[in-house]
Design a protein around this ligand. Structure first.
Ligand code: TEU
Ligand code: CA
Length: 541
């Protein structure tokens, strides 16, 4: 029987295809490279892979600007390579999720080329077009995430078009039914090719306010403390009208209905909203008729990961979505790798990496881990001359962009560019990453890599970690404690989120240590001792 619920509690391994494995020495990772590495991924013990976009693209945003949704970009290979990859993944028991970028296309997509050619063509209304104000300025105050106005002037149509990201990423107009149908056709195309699900890029940006009302300024106390207006004015606006529109729910239901025509498909929607993210995630994942999970940004922010913060985020989500389902991640291709982001002043890098991975994989929800995270990779320092990310080039040096987390995967310390490519890699390989190569960590049972494997196996043995309810306990800082419960099984999970050993009282319940995952914690008669960055797991009897 097919397990339609496989996604609930699944661990999804995110692959950034440009940087995973190059098979033809052009310095850029590709689908054949991924296929060659699938046994490694399956060997980690994850349930699924999510591959960042590999579709035909001018690569202005490295694939998040699609010019043909049904084609594989020649840089990554052929459709036949994708078919081979998916067959091999399935043979190894891995689900395959692909990354659909449906909110916008590339400006080189034939739909946009036609749409911009005149005000009267078959696709004239497929994008978001509007006249300027009488003084020639954009229709309203909406801002682009990547800087400046969300409107770009088109000299042929003599109108503005809207773009939430780069000017070369025009937003599709999903208010138009033909556009919706075209996107559902793309969905069906890939489902027919055997994909098991989707990561839906910027799912809350699908619709805009048809009346094009101005966004209000965000009240000072709600502004994101991590950004200054000079770096990104986007965070100083309340995004009521340029995204998060109620019309989205009906479209998500249509999208879901197509998924449900196929067995065991799942979608995780990326909800980017620093103000109402969890609330929106709740809306989209409740009711069982829209997306299955939402990818939450809460643990991708620079805020330090304190025990109270973890509990707060999980409570907020449960409040917003008692029946919803979240998908948590600490790192991805858009943010500073978490080991660096949360690692200031921390000495024992490996212990820190292990603790965080155990915590991530013990949260209620599904989990994404990002390639290289299982090696404990740090953020790479990229010189301005080597920068590739347009978002980084725009805001340098206040914001250095996203290249530091996109450097190549490190396979073999002895080979050029760590075994990633025999050519010149598209981003430099930081020398310090070579010490963390798979080839090095394979030989060390105490390595971060072996820890990930052990912990993934531990998670598989304890269904409550994947599917159970979560209840937090008030342990004193720096200890975070909760139990996960599913059916008969209950597991107490304690995390020492500090670099000093700590001792806490043993709980009143009868417990039995469930170790075997590499943390040297000690269960005494009355006390539990956790080493620096240690964790402790026990069955509640
Ligand atoms: O990201 C959406 C998103 O909100 C990010 O732009 C994030 O805010 C930003 O990268 C700062 O960290 C998705 C993709 O993950 C990203 O790679 C794309 O650039 C973006 O959509 C546009 O498609
Ligand atoms: Ca290649």
């Amino acid at each position: 029987a097919v397990d339609r619920d496989w996604w609930r509690g699944a661990v999804i391994y995110q692959i950034y295809p440009r940087s995973y494995q190059d098979s033809n020495s052009d310095g850029i990772g590709d689908l054949k490279g991924i296929t060659a590495r699938l046994p490694y991924i399956a060997g980690l013990g994850v349930d699924a892979i999510w591959i960042s976009p590999f579709f035909t693209s001018p690569m202005k945003d490295f694939g998040y600007d699609v010019s043909n949704y049904k084609g594989v970009d020649p840089i990554f290979g052929l459709l036949a390579d994708f078919e081979e990859m998916i067959a091999e993944a399935h043979r190894l028991g891995l689900k395959v999720m692909i990354d659909l970028v449906l909110s916008h296309t590339s400006d080189q997509h034939p739909w946009f080329v036609e749409s911009r050619s005149s005000r009267f063509n078959a696709k004239a209304d497929w994008y978001v077009w509007a006249d300027s104000k009488p003084d020639g300025t954009p229709p309203n105050n909406w801002l682009s995430i990547f800087g400046g106005s969300a409107w770009a002037w088109d000299p042929t149509r003599l109108q503005y078009y809207m773009h939430n990201f780069l000017t070369s990423q025009p937003d599709l107009n999903l208010h138009n039914d033909e556009v919706q149908n075209a996107l559902l056709d793309v969905e069906r195309f890939w489902l027919e090719r055997g994909v098991d699900g989707f990561r839906l890029d910027t799912i809350n940006f699908y619709f805009h306010d048809k009346e094009l009302r101005d966004n209000p300024a965000l009240a000072p106390e709600r502004r994101n403390a991590n950004t200054a207006p000079a770096v990104n004015p986007y965070n100083y606006q309340e995004h009521l009208y340029d995204k998060n529109r109620p019309e989205n729910l009906a479209f998500l239901k249509r999208f879901r209905a197509v998924m449900d025509e196929f067995p065991a498909i799942a979608a995780v929607g990326e909800v980017g909203d620093s103000q109402r993210g969890l609330e929106i995630a709740g809306e989209y994942t409740s009711g069982g008729d829209k997306v299955h999970m939402c990818y939450a940004f809460e643990f991708l922010a620079p805020d330090p990961l304190m025990p109270a913060r973890v509990a707060e985020v999980l409570h907020d989500f449960e409040r917003a979505a008692p029946e919803g389902w979240a998908c948590w991640a600490f790192s991805n291709h858009d943010v500073v790798r978490h080991i660096t982001r949360w690692g200031e002043g921390i000495q024992d890098h490996d212990a820190h990496a292990k603790l965080l991975s155990a915590l991530l994989m013990s949260l209620r929800g599904s989990v994404c881990i990002y390639q290289g995270e299982e090696l404990g990779l740090t953020e790479a320092d990229i010189a301005f001359e080597d920068l590739q990310d347009p978002y980084g080039i725009q805001f340098w040096p206040d914001f250095k962009g996203r290249d530091g987390c996109r450097t190549p995967m490190i396979w073999d310390a002895e080979k050029p560019s760590g075994g990633f490519s025999e050519g010149k890699p598209w981003l430099p390989v930081p020398p310090e990453h070579l010490l963390r190569a798979v080839s090095v960590q394979e030989h060390d049972m105490r390595s971060v890599l072996h820890h990930y494997r052990r912990f993934l196996a531990f998670r598989k043995q304890h269904a409550c970690l994947a599917k159970g309810e979560i209840a937090f306990h008030p342990y004193p800082t720096p200890v975070l404690g909760f139990t996960r419960r599913h059916g008969e099984e209950e597991l107490l999970c304690l995390f020492n989120m500090s670099g000093e050993p700590v001792t806490v009282d043993r709980p009143a319940e009868r417990i039995e240590a469930a170790l075997g995952h590499g943390f040297d914690s000690h269960l005494g008669e009355t006390r539990i001792t956790l080493p620096a960055w240690g964790a402790f797991f026990a069955r509640v009897l």
